[in-house]
Design a protein around this ligand. Structure first.
Ligand code: HEM
Length: 144
């Protein structure tokens, strides 16, 4: 499938549709953790690696929190809320400079992981549509 990135302006918040619970049903929690882990491993080699924690421990925590969130947003247990409180995702990303290029790299890293994955296409599409749009919310600067 094509992983198209929707063009968007910084500061806009288009309505988002959550991924289908079938994504988590297919992957299971461990499968979701692996998906997120593979994504983060690509980010760590990308030109936006400087945004992420430099230590292995910090990086492992970042993976854990992100996977907790994706499990929750796909209808699974509320791990994220229990450990971290209300998601408030845009606010949590505010300390980091996320420009359209950072969004592109972040999404393309997911596209690479999804392209290799054995998940059915309609589940990939559901997951992709969610991150494509919700990632627009996380952009907070046009500065390089
Ligand atoms: C637009 C591109 C994005 C970039 C560049 C980005 C970058 C980051 C960075 C730098 C962190 C902090 C890492 C840490 O120290 O824990 C983070 C945390 C996180 N991000 Fe993103 N992010 C993006 C989009 C998204 C999207 C679309 C989602 C959800 C669908 C998401 C979910 C999360 C979660 C759950 C955390 C952990 C927050 C916490 O526990 O405090 N991110 N992200």
């Amino acid at each position: 499938m094509d992983f198209n990135i929707t063009p968007a302006q910084v500061g806009t918040r288009p309505p988002v549709e959550k991924p289908s619970p079938a994504v988590l049903e297919y992957l299971g929690e461990d499968g979701m953790r692996k998906l997120v882990s593979d994504h983060y491993d690509l980010l760590r080699q990308s030109n936006i690696k400087g945004l992420f924690p430099p230590t292995d421990k910090g990086f492992a925590m970042a993976k854990e929190h992100s996977a907790d969130f994706f499990i929750q947003i796909c209808g699974g247990p509320q791990h994220f809320n229990q450990k971290r409180g209300r998601p408030m995702m845009a606010a949590r990303h505010a300390p980091f400079k996320i420009n359209p290029e950072a969004r592109r790299v972040w999404l393309e890293s997911y596209a690479m992981v999804l392209a290799q994955h054995d998940m059915p296409e309609e589940l990939k599409k559901s997951f992709w549509n969610y991150i494509d749009i919700f990632s627009i919310w996380m952009m907070n600067t046009n500065e390089a």
